[in-house]
Design a protein around this ligand. Structure first.
Ligand code: NAP
Length: 248
């Protein structure tokens, strides 16, 4: 089960955190993985090298998801070189936290440019190739806060809710082409994104997680492998929650 041999997968923001774990897990299951990054070239190279060292197939590809033309050119390039793109994991994301009354327009614009427009630009370019192949998997990274909200995360939560609406719509648009589109909504996962939280914030968060701990990037990556696999062929337009029961 969950064999991805012969599949080509692009993971945006694959250089760190959840994206890195998705790259590693997809490669372990046989996929050729394209590891995207924007700043972390060395980190992305380390991910690809680690995959290759274990006998897997990986390459790196730098582009800024906030630049729609760059997304299109990069994805066209992947399709040209590999002849196809089977799986897109639209994972690249940023968080900028703050209460609504202190929300800056430039932060709102940046959040939407990366988390929403970036994910959609990649989905648009990828589905073009998937349509021709009449098969494909698009997996968006949403968040628990996109469904339940969180004090101090209005803008970030809005971007993550947007991704769910987009996933459900794209799922309907492309179902007849045998392309499935889903979102993973992780809870509180230990990565660079959550490392700025102080101990008090972390303790509070862990208290509201029924499983009583933070999640790992690897646990999110397992959901990604499942959604990318043939076994998930009848799953589309869904939100797969990997959150320790934080929101049910
Ligand atoms: P992270 O550790 O901060 O890593 C972010 C990744 O996104 C990095 O690889 C980074 O690349 C890439 N990235 C950022 N801006 C980019 C851009 N403009 N173009 C291309 N790549 C870009 O984040 P994470 O915690 O793994 O989160 C991954 C995804 O899961 C995000 O969408 C996040 O919103 C979501 N999520 C995370 C959590 C959590 O608790 N950690 C919970 C729910 C949802 P560089 O290394 O090149 O900067």
């Amino acid at each position: 089960m969950f064999q991805l041999n012969g599949k080509v997968a692009l993971v945006t923001g694959g250089s760190r955190g959840i994206g890195r774990a998705c790259c590693e897990a997809l490669a372990e299951h046989g996929a050729t993985v394209v590891v995207n990054y924007v700043k972390g070239e060395a980190a992305a190279r380390e991910v690809a090298d680690a995959i290759v060292a274990k006998g897997g197939k990986a390459e790196i590809l730098g582009f800024d998801v906030a630049d729609p033309k760059a997304c299109e050119a990069a994805i066209e390039d992947v399709v040209k070189r590999h002849g196809k793109l089977d799986v897109l994991v639209a994972n690249a994301g940023i968080s900028i936290d703050g209460l609504l009354l202190r929300l800056k327009d430039e932060d709102l614009d940046r959040l939407f440019a990366v988390n929403v427009k970036g994910a959609l630009a990649c989905a648009r370019a990828s589905t073009k190739a998937m349509m021709k192949a009449k098969t494909g998997r698009v997996i968006f990274l949403s968040s628990v806060v996109g469904e339940m909200g969180n004090v101090g995360q209005t803008a970030y939560a809005a971007t993550k809710a947007a991704v769910i609406g987009a996933a459900k719509s794209i799922a309907r648009e492309f179902a007849s082409r045998n392309i499935t589109v889903n979102a993973i909504a992780p809870g509180f996962i230990d990565t660079d994104m959550t490392s700025h939280m102080n101990d008090a914030m972390k303790e509070h968060l862990v208290k509201i997680v029924p499983l009583g701990r933070t999640g790992t990037a690897r646990e999110v990556a397992a959901a990604c492998v499942y959604l990318a696999s043939d076994e998930a062929a009848y799953v589309t337009g869904q939100v797969l929650r990997v959150n320790g029961g934080m929101y049910v």
